[in-house]
Design a protein around this ligand. Structure first.
Ligand SMILES: *Cc1c(COP(=O)(O)O)cnc(C)c1O
Length: 381
């Protein structure tokens, strides 16, 4: 196995992968309609449920060919009964995307918008549910990847259930990183893509959720042909296959990534992400950088860094310098401030972060940016 040039990706996904996962894509050509392939899919679907500690009689997983946004589309368009409403609890770019999905399908929805650097107000969530018995689906994002804020899904789920609604959460940027117990977190549906926490490749996205609710959705309005949850589930149950052509090579890589996931172990993997996250924060702090989200509200996977007040600061110049040396940093998504992000996912460890900061600091000096960096405002996190 020849080593492939290793890049350290500090963007919020796709993540750095191992060479064994990269090479797992190189397989003899196979028609995915063969029994051999359907057998692989069954084990894969079950593993995806096990990652969130779901009981296989109660929960299932449904796969789609697409990037993570396909999950948002599927969940929202498929799980809303006729005449009912979606409640989107929105404090970031990914929940805003769910609101867009509601708009594109013309679905009745209530958007509860909160500032991007604040947690949702649970009292307001409860009032909304109490006042509007038509809300049948409550939706939010676990780790808002744009800012790195962690939403209180267990509490939101308890409220959704108390008012008889189904609770769906976008867990794309926590799944297979931060441990999740789907039942204990009061989640009916969660979702992710192979290229994030699992450290595989783009093209495979999946929804893990309650079988009973998917079966009930059989008679809900069908708003999409390709992106219907029940249709895809039913096809899997009857044939063991995806309705349309699956991303064959990505599935082989994901199976290898899952093998490596179980080998590393849930706890050890989360400890590694935490180690990376702590070294990123330490590196930033040593250089005087500030972040947009209060430490106690962060999900522990994204550091959302505020641009320093320095006329010499240029994200693009620093980015390009690091990129040329194998380190990818990423612009922010918090519209109120100008930020960039450093993320703690992927097959990397502390040494990579130490190497990154050597290069990053070199970049700051090269472009004459004052170190420690300067902020005009005397307060910050
Ligand atoms: C990455 C991500 C997605 C998927 O985005 P794509 O651009 O479709 O890959 C969805 N939700 C969250 C929270 C994410 O971090």
């Amino acid at each position: 196995m020849q080593a492939i040039k290793r890049n350290v990706l500090l963007n919020p996904g796709p993540s750095t992968t191992t060479d064994s996962v990269k090479y797992a894509q190189v397989v003899p050509d196979i028609c995915p309609r063969e029994k051999e392939f359907a057998g692989l899919m069954k084990g894969l679907r079950e593993d995806l449920v096990r990652i969130v500690h779901g009981d296989l009689t109660e929960y299932t997983s449904v796969l789609f060919c697409g990037s993570g946004t396909i999950n948002i589309d599927v969940v929202i368009n498929s799980l809303l009964p006729e005449g009912k409403k979606v409640l989107v609890i929105n404090n970031g770019a990914y929940s805003a995307r769910a609101v867009d999905v509601c708009k594109y399908y013309g679905l009745p929805h209530v958007e509860l918008a909160f500032p991007l650097d604040q947690l949702p107000d649970l009292a307001v969530v409860e009032e909304t549910l109490k006042d509007d018995p038509d809300i049948a689906l409550v939706y939010t994002t676990h780790n808002e990847t744009g800012s790195g804020i962690l939403n209180p899904v267990r509490e939101i789920g308890a409220l959704a259930h108390a008012y008889g609604a189904v609770f769906a959460v976008d867990t794309t940027s926590t799944y297979a990183m931060r441990p999740i117990n789907i039942k204990e977190e009061n989640i009916d549906f969660c979702m992710a893509s192979a290229q994030k926490g699992l450290m595989a490749f783009t093209g495979l996205s999946f929804i893990v959720g309650k079988r009973r609710i998917i079966e009930e959705s059989k008679n809900y309005p069908r708003r999409s042909y390709y992106c219907n949850l029940y249709m895809q589930y039913d096809f899997f149950e009857k044939t063991g296959e995806m309705h349309f052509t699956p991303p064959v090579q990505t599935i082989y890589a994901t199976i290898q990534a899952l093998k490596e996931y179980w080998e590393e172990g849930e706890e050890a993997k989360w400890a590694r992400h935490t180690r990376i996250y702590n070294s990123i924060n330490k590196g930033l702090e040593d250089l005087g950088f500030r972040q947009a989200i209060r430490p106690e509200w962060r999900a522990g996977l994204v550091s959302c860094v505020i641009y320093p007040d320095d006329p010499k600061w240029s994200f693009d110049a620093v980015h390009d310098y690091c990129y040329e040396r194998g380190f990818t940093i990423y612009p922010g998504k918090v519209s109120t401030t100008t930020t960039f992000r450093l993320c703690s996912l992927g097959a990397i460890d502390e040494q990579d972060i130490a190497d990154f900061f050597t290069v990053f600091e070199e970049a700051l000096h090269k472009f004459d940016i004052q170190v420690p960096v300067h902020y005009n405002d005397p307060v910050g996190f």
